[in-house]
Design a protein around this ligand. Structure first.
Ligand code: ADP
Length: 156
């Protein structure tokens, strides 16, 4: 069985992330969406909320599993028997960053292969960072988020 890990912060999970998972389902038998828990990285949404949203997005897709992890991504791959790491590419900037991570991961464990999926053109401008800004300042973020990602923010 081909299992791919899709690791990320998903703060919050966007249409761009959703697209990468859906494309991953065409390549792998199972996609494990792994929400990274990084104590030193401050997020807008807590781990529980981020996981709840992602689970809701895929409630009718048994081939997607949602889980949390901390520590090295490559170690977590071994824990869940993932032999692929799935990542999305929007820009050349993403490429440079992702390549660096993938090279180090390949050194750590050559049996796990990183696979990159290109973002759809319409999602190349979608980032969790920009969406957090829209949420914070009352901009219209709805077009960039899956329906299951319901944000309860008080108007500013
Ligand atoms: P991280 O903190 O690990 O970068 P993110 O949640 O920001 O986590 O992103 C997880 C993965 O999703 C990364 O591979 C990133 O390139 C990809 N990604 C983020 N936004 C998009 C998008 N709009 N289209 C395609 N891939 C995306």
């Amino acid at each position: 069985m081909r299992i791919a890990l899709f690791p990320g912060t998903f703060d919050p999970f966007t249409n761009g992330h959703l697209d990468i998972v859906e494309k991953g389902l065409g390549l792998f038998d199972e996609v494990v969406v792994a929400v990274g828990e990084n104590a030193s990285k401050k997020t807008m949404f807590d781990l529980e909320t981020r996981m709840k949203w992602i689970s809701k997005c895929f409630e009718n897709e048994p081939r997607v599993k949602v889980t949390q992890y901390s520590g090295l991504t490559i170690q977590f791959c071994n824990e869940v028997n993932a032999t692929f790491i799935l990542r999305g590419l929007r820009t050349i900037g993403d490429f440079e960053y992702e390549k660096q991570i993938a090279m180090v991961n390949a050194d750590l464990d050559p049996s796990v292969q990183s696979v990159f999926v290109l973002s759809e053109q319409k999602y190349t401008a979608v980032s969790s960072t920009v969406i957090r800004d829209l949420i914070l300042h009352g901009g219209n973020y709805a077009p960039y988020l899956p329906k299951a990602v319901t944000i309860d923010v008080k108007p500013v």
